[in-house]
Design a protein around this ligand. Structure first.
Ligand SMILES: [Zn+2]
Length: 470
């Protein structure tokens, strides 16, 4: 049985306002084509690049978090290739001394994945092929935007491990504020290197699949390639070393070109860009300022008594984790209750809107108050769920309860009267309950309906049981 041997290359768009070597906006979102360009990112003769200090800082943070060795001096190189969306005819990247080398990431499963290197480089532009024209258009708004690229050792052995690794990297990048790491916005892209072998045998011939834009595509492309290569070998044929693309519609890879070797790029230290010094004190400062990373956060939630499923769901989403921490700080009950609401009703409503909880006006104080109202029995869970959309609009739960008369009825005398009425009006249901105690739910439904859903259901059930038992 063949096993896949997988290495990943991940590109993350750095969270800077300007590009890697000029002052042009790195965002580009919503801008007109070729609006954010200047002589530097257009590669005009004589234009001189200036290194974006913020980009270096973010890449340094990322390298340190991945446990990489960071050199005291790092350099930029020209990586030569011709492509119509790269106006300089080379990409400014990092060659022999990247900002980080020899790191390691431990996954929640305990699996360790070696990090070969991570380096800074600039993004390319974008080609547009309009249906109306017999020519292509180029938009260079993204050309020169800063990326950090991370390359792993061939340590991954399944599509599931690859997915787990990407989730870890995304959560780390978000926790560090290094990148939005949003694949759907093109801010996290992966290339995969995959070969197959019989366990214990040397590595087979590897194939690269480029430009995978979602975790799902990565998993699907890996599954397809592992099977394709195994079938070739089983049929007595061989795997050709090449670069392949991914056809999302057909869910298959296809041959793009035979693989270039590193030498083809003729890496050359960029004579226009000075070496970047990274003194030891700077590395120590980055380490000292390191925020809590997702696995530490997960451990903290578990120690706080949050169940594994909800704890992982929250810890691996930076925006949700921040909301959770602030809500728990404003809340008096067990953290699990907040976790239930955040991963349940709130997540459901937010997902339906296609946004993140951080994009709404939901405040930690409002969410804490809502959960407390339910905990204390003065608001039913059903009524509370109906309030979540208003909370996302910034409403205060206590005010909503007062203005809409939603308060849960926990008054014993008032509930006893409703219970008495329900028992009197439904003698046939009472008979059924005497034959089968489980039928009490039908009677409880009558009490709830009579209270317009406001009766405290636990209390109403108890009073009902007392009355029928007596
Ligand atoms: Zn520019």
């Amino acid at each position: 049985m063949f096993e896949p041997v997988i290495g990943l290359e991940v590109h993350l768009a750095l969270r800077t306002t300007s590009k890697l070597f000029c002052g042009c906006s790195a965002e580009g979102f919503g801008a007109r084509p070729n609006e954010n360009v200047c002589p530097v990112c257009l590669g005009l003769p004589g234009a001189l690049p200036v290194v974006n200090e913020r980009a270096v800082e973010l890449a340094l943070r990322f390298a340190v978090a991945l446990g990489c060795e960071v050199p005291n001096t790092t350099y930029f190189h020209r990586k030569h290739y011709f492509y119509p969306d790269a106006p300089k005819n080379y990409q400014t990247s990092q060659g022999d001394v990247p900002i980080g080398r020899h790191g390691q990431v431990a996954l929640p499963s305990g699996k360790r994945v070696g990090i070969t290197r991570c380096h800074l480089e600039e993004d390319a532009g974008r080609l547009v092929h309009p249906a109306y024209a017999d020519h292509s258009l180029v938009d260079l708004n993204r050309a020169g935007a800063p990326l950090v690229e991370m390359v792993t050792e061939p340590d991954i052995r399944s599509a599931e491990e690859a997915r787990e690794f990407l989730a870890e990297i995304r959560a780390i990048a978000q926790a560090l504020d290094v990148s939005d790491a949003a694949p759907e916005e093109g801010k996290m892209r992966a290339d995969v290197n995959v070969s197959v072998r019989l366990p214990g045998e040397p590595f087979g011939t590897k194939v690269e699949v480029k430009n995978l834009n979602s975790f799902k595509s990565v998993a699907a492309a890996l599954g397809f390639e592992a099977k394709r290569q195994a079938q070739l070998l089983e049929g007595g044929r061989r795997v050709v070393q090449e670069t392949r693309g991914w056809n999302e519609g057909g869910q298959r890879t296809y041959s793009l070109r035979s693989k270039e070797t590193a030498a083809d790029y003729r890496y050359l230290r960029d004579p226009d860009i000075p070496a970047v010094a990274i003194p030891d004190e700077r590395k120590r400062a980055v380490l000292a300022a390191m925020p809590e990373l997702p696995q530490a956060r997960l451990g903290r939630y578990l120690a706080d008594g949050v169940r594994g499923t909800e704890a992982a769901q929250i810890a691996y989403d930076h925006a949700v984790a921040r909301l959770f921490d602030a809500t728990v700080a404003a809340y008096t009950g067990p953290a699990q209750n907040v976790a239930n609401w955040l991963t349940g009703e709130v997540a459901g409503r937010v997902n339906a809107l296609g946004v993140s909880a951080a994009d709404t006006k939901l405040t930690p104080a409002a969410l804490a108050r809502l959960v407390e109202l339910v905990d204390g029995g003065s608001l039913s869970a059903t009524a509370a769920k109906d309030l979540v959309p208003d909370l996302l609009e910034g409403a205060d739960p206590a005010e909503l309860v007062a203005s809409r008369g939603l308060g849960q009825v926990s008054d014993v005398a008032a509930l006893e009267a409703l219970v008495a009425k329900a028992v009197e009006a439904n003698p046939e249901l009472v008979e059924r309950v005497r034959a089968n105690p489980k039928a009490i739910n039908a009677l409880l439904g009558k009490v709830m309906a009579a209270s317009q859903g406001k009766a405290n259901p636990d209390l109403a059930r108890r009073l009902l049981e007392e009355r029928l038992g007596g």
